[in-house]
Design a protein around this ligand. Structure first.
Ligand code: Y43
Ligand code: MG
Length: 192
Protein backbone atom coordinates (compact mmCIF):
# COMPACT_ATOMS: atom_id res chain seq x y z
CA UNK A 1 0.00 0.00 0.00
CA UNK A 2 1.37 3.40 -0.87
CA UNK A 3 0.81 5.49 2.24
CA UNK A 4 3.07 8.29 3.31
CA UNK A 5 0.82 10.23 5.64
CA UNK A 6 -1.72 9.09 8.21
CA UNK A 7 -4.13 11.48 9.89
CA UNK A 8 -4.56 10.98 13.61
CA UNK A 9 -7.97 12.42 14.38
CA UNK A 10 -9.02 13.47 17.88
CA UNK A 11 -10.62 16.39 19.67
CA UNK A 12 -8.30 15.88 22.65
CA UNK A 13 -4.89 17.63 22.54
CA UNK A 14 -3.50 15.45 25.39
CA UNK A 15 -4.38 12.26 23.59
CA UNK A 16 -2.75 13.63 20.47
CA UNK A 17 0.46 14.57 22.30
CA UNK A 18 0.64 11.15 23.94
CA UNK A 19 0.14 9.24 20.71
CA UNK A 20 2.79 11.31 18.93
CA UNK A 21 5.22 10.83 21.85
CA UNK A 22 4.70 7.05 22.04
CA UNK A 23 4.93 6.54 18.29
CA UNK A 24 8.09 8.62 18.02
CA UNK A 25 9.85 6.26 20.44
CA UNK A 26 11.28 3.06 19.01
CA UNK A 27 11.82 2.21 15.34
CA UNK A 28 10.83 5.00 12.97
CA UNK A 29 7.59 4.50 11.09
CA UNK A 30 7.73 5.12 7.35
CA UNK A 31 4.79 7.54 7.54
CA UNK A 32 4.22 11.06 8.64
CA UNK A 33 1.57 11.27 11.36
CA UNK A 34 -0.52 14.35 10.82
CA UNK A 35 -2.66 15.63 13.64
CA UNK A 36 -6.20 16.67 12.87
CA UNK A 37 -8.14 18.19 15.73
CA UNK A 38 -11.73 17.22 15.04
CA UNK A 39 -14.44 16.07 17.42
CA UNK A 40 -15.96 12.97 15.83
CA UNK A 41 -19.46 11.81 16.82
CA UNK A 42 -19.44 8.67 18.95
CA UNK A 43 -22.42 6.44 18.26
CA UNK A 44 -23.69 4.08 20.94
CA UNK A 45 -22.21 0.61 20.54
CA UNK A 46 -19.62 -1.75 21.99
CA UNK A 47 -16.20 -0.05 22.39
CA UNK A 48 -14.61 -1.60 19.29
CA UNK A 49 -17.57 -0.66 17.11
CA UNK A 50 -17.54 2.93 18.44
CA UNK A 51 -13.90 3.22 17.40
CA UNK A 52 -14.60 1.68 13.98
CA UNK A 53 -17.46 4.12 13.42
CA UNK A 54 -15.26 7.09 14.35
CA UNK A 55 -12.69 5.76 11.89
CA UNK A 56 -15.18 5.40 9.02
CA UNK A 57 -16.43 8.96 9.56
CA UNK A 58 -12.87 10.32 9.75
CA UNK A 59 -11.84 8.51 6.55
CA UNK A 60 -14.91 9.93 4.76
CA UNK A 61 -14.24 13.47 5.95
CA UNK A 62 -10.52 13.46 5.23
CA UNK A 63 -10.54 11.17 2.19
CA UNK A 64 -7.35 9.46 3.27
CA UNK A 65 -5.70 7.06 5.73
CA UNK A 66 -6.86 7.69 9.30
CA UNK A 67 -6.15 6.52 12.81
CA UNK A 68 -8.54 7.23 15.68
CA UNK A 69 -8.76 6.09 19.28
CA UNK A 70 -11.50 5.61 21.86
CA UNK A 71 -10.85 5.04 25.55
CA UNK A 72 -13.17 3.21 27.99
CA UNK A 73 -13.09 2.63 31.71
CA UNK A 74 -14.85 -0.64 32.50
CA UNK A 75 -15.86 -1.45 36.09
CA UNK A 76 -16.24 -5.15 36.84
CA UNK A 77 -19.05 -4.61 39.36
CA UNK A 78 -21.01 -2.66 36.74
CA UNK A 79 -20.54 -5.31 34.03
CA UNK A 80 -18.18 -3.09 32.09
CA UNK A 81 -19.95 0.26 32.49
CA UNK A 82 -19.39 3.20 32.21
CA UNK A 83 -17.07 1.86 29.49
CA UNK A 84 -16.98 4.25 26.51
CA UNK A 85 -19.31 6.64 28.35
CA UNK A 86 -16.76 7.41 31.07
CA UNK A 87 -16.20 10.92 29.73
CA UNK A 88 -19.86 11.85 30.33
CA UNK A 89 -19.99 10.14 33.73
CA UNK A 90 -17.00 12.15 34.93
CA UNK A 91 -18.40 15.33 33.44
CA UNK A 92 -21.87 14.93 34.96
CA UNK A 93 -21.12 13.16 38.26
CA UNK A 94 -17.58 14.42 38.94
CA UNK A 95 -15.38 12.09 40.89
CA UNK A 96 -17.46 12.21 44.09
CA UNK A 97 -20.56 10.99 42.27
CA UNK A 98 -18.62 8.34 40.39
CA UNK A 99 -17.17 6.96 43.64
CA UNK A 100 -20.62 7.01 45.26
CA UNK A 101 -21.96 4.96 42.39
CA UNK A 102 -19.49 2.20 43.28
CA UNK A 103 -20.00 2.45 47.04
CA UNK A 104 -22.52 -0.36 47.18
CA UNK A 105 -20.15 -2.81 45.51
CA UNK A 106 -17.29 -4.60 47.15
CA UNK A 107 -15.50 -5.25 43.87
CA UNK A 108 -13.70 -2.06 42.82
CA UNK A 109 -11.69 -3.65 40.03
CA UNK A 110 -11.72 -1.90 36.68
CA UNK A 111 -9.92 -1.93 33.35
CA UNK A 112 -8.70 0.98 31.28
CA UNK A 113 -9.18 0.07 27.66
CA UNK A 114 -7.95 1.80 24.57
CA UNK A 115 -9.21 0.92 21.08
CA UNK A 116 -7.41 2.32 18.05
CA UNK A 117 -8.98 1.95 14.63
CA UNK A 118 -7.16 2.39 11.35
CA UNK A 119 -8.50 2.59 7.79
CA UNK A 120 -6.41 3.21 4.67
CA UNK A 121 -9.18 5.34 3.22
CA UNK A 122 -12.95 5.78 2.84
CA UNK A 123 -14.90 2.62 2.09
CA UNK A 124 -12.39 0.31 3.79
CA UNK A 125 -13.35 -1.72 6.84
CA UNK A 126 -11.33 -0.35 9.79
CA UNK A 127 -8.93 -2.63 11.68
CA UNK A 128 -8.89 -2.33 15.48
CA UNK A 129 -6.16 -2.67 18.10
CA UNK A 130 -7.01 -3.05 21.78
CA UNK A 131 -4.83 -2.32 24.81
CA UNK A 132 -6.04 -3.11 28.33
CA UNK A 133 -4.67 -2.25 31.72
CA UNK A 134 -6.16 -3.80 34.86
CA UNK A 135 -6.49 -1.88 38.10
CA UNK A 136 -9.05 -0.66 40.59
CA UNK A 137 -10.99 2.44 41.51
CA UNK A 138 -9.71 4.14 44.66
CA UNK A 139 -10.34 7.36 46.59
CA UNK A 140 -8.48 10.11 44.71
CA UNK A 141 -4.70 10.19 45.11
CA UNK A 142 -2.07 12.30 43.40
CA UNK A 143 -2.03 15.91 42.24
CA UNK A 144 -5.31 17.37 41.06
CA UNK A 145 -5.51 19.54 37.97
CA UNK A 146 -3.52 17.11 35.84
CA UNK A 147 -4.13 16.96 32.12
CA UNK A 148 -6.62 14.08 32.25
CA UNK A 149 -8.52 15.51 35.20
CA UNK A 150 -9.72 13.60 38.24
CA UNK A 151 -10.10 10.27 36.50
CA UNK A 152 -6.34 9.79 36.60
CA UNK A 153 -6.43 10.13 40.42
CA UNK A 154 -9.06 7.39 40.77
CA UNK A 155 -7.47 4.57 38.76
CA UNK A 156 -4.78 2.54 40.54
CA UNK A 157 -2.72 0.29 38.28
CA UNK A 158 -2.52 -3.32 39.29
CA UNK A 159 0.97 -4.25 40.38
CA UNK A 160 2.07 -0.64 40.87
CA UNK A 161 0.00 0.46 43.87
CA UNK A 162 -0.08 3.92 42.33
CA UNK A 163 -2.74 5.90 40.52
CA UNK A 164 -2.20 7.28 37.03
CA UNK A 165 -1.76 10.71 38.63
CA UNK A 166 0.95 9.38 40.96
CA UNK A 167 3.07 7.89 38.19
CA UNK A 168 5.79 9.81 36.42
CA UNK A 169 5.02 10.36 32.78
CA UNK A 170 7.77 8.15 31.33
CA UNK A 171 6.83 5.10 33.43
CA UNK A 172 3.15 5.52 32.70
CA UNK A 173 3.81 5.98 29.02
CA UNK A 174 5.72 2.70 28.98
CA UNK A 175 2.90 0.65 30.54
CA UNK A 176 -0.35 2.48 29.81
CA UNK A 177 -3.40 1.04 28.03
CA UNK A 178 -2.56 3.44 25.21
CA UNK A 179 1.02 2.27 24.70
CA UNK A 180 -0.11 -1.36 24.81
CA UNK A 181 -2.54 -0.71 21.99
CA UNK A 182 -0.03 1.42 20.09
CA UNK A 183 2.52 -1.40 20.12
CA UNK A 184 -0.01 -3.41 18.07
CA UNK A 185 -0.77 -0.42 15.82
CA UNK A 186 2.94 0.01 15.12
CA UNK A 187 3.38 -3.69 14.32
CA UNK A 188 0.48 -3.51 11.86
CA UNK A 189 1.55 -0.25 10.20
CA UNK A 190 5.00 -1.69 9.57
CA UNK A 191 3.41 -4.47 7.49
CA UNK A 192 1.67 -2.03 5.10
O1 Y43 B 1 -4.78 7.95 29.77
C1 Y43 B 1 -5.78 8.45 30.28
N1 Y43 B 1 -5.80 8.80 31.60
C2 Y43 B 1 -6.88 9.36 32.16
N2 Y43 B 1 -8.02 9.64 31.46
C3 Y43 B 1 -8.04 9.31 30.16
C4 Y43 B 1 -6.95 8.71 29.52
N3 Y43 B 1 -7.28 8.52 28.22
C5 Y43 B 1 -8.52 8.96 28.06
N4 Y43 B 1 -8.98 9.45 29.22
C6 Y43 B 1 -10.30 10.05 29.40
C7 Y43 B 1 -10.57 11.19 28.45
C8 Y43 B 1 -12.04 11.12 28.19
O2 Y43 B 1 -12.75 11.72 29.25
C9 Y43 B 1 -12.30 9.63 28.27
C10 Y43 B 1 -12.16 8.93 26.94
O3 Y43 B 1 -13.06 9.43 25.99
P1 Y43 B 1 -12.60 9.50 24.46
O4 Y43 B 1 -13.81 9.67 23.65
O5 Y43 B 1 -11.69 8.36 24.13
O6 Y43 B 1 -11.67 10.79 24.44
P2 Y43 B 1 -11.96 12.28 23.98
O7 Y43 B 1 -13.39 12.49 23.71
O8 Y43 B 1 -11.32 13.18 24.97
O9 Y43 B 1 -11.14 12.43 22.63
P3 Y43 B 1 -11.56 11.95 21.13
O10 Y43 B 1 -11.88 13.22 20.39
O11 Y43 B 1 -10.35 11.28 20.57
O12 Y43 B 1 -12.73 11.06 21.24
O13 Y43 B 1 -11.27 9.08 29.10
MG1 MG C 1 -14.46 11.28 22.46
Amino acid sequence: MNINRIYFVTGNPYKLAEVVAILSEGPRLPFELQAVQLELPELQAQPEEISRQKCRLAAEQLQGPVLVEDTSLCCTALNGLPGPYIKWFMEKLEFEGFLRMLEGFEDKSATFQCVFAFAPGPGSEPVTFVGRLPGRIVAPRGPSGSKWGDLSRLFELEGYGRTYAEMDEATLRAVSHRSRALALVREYLLTL
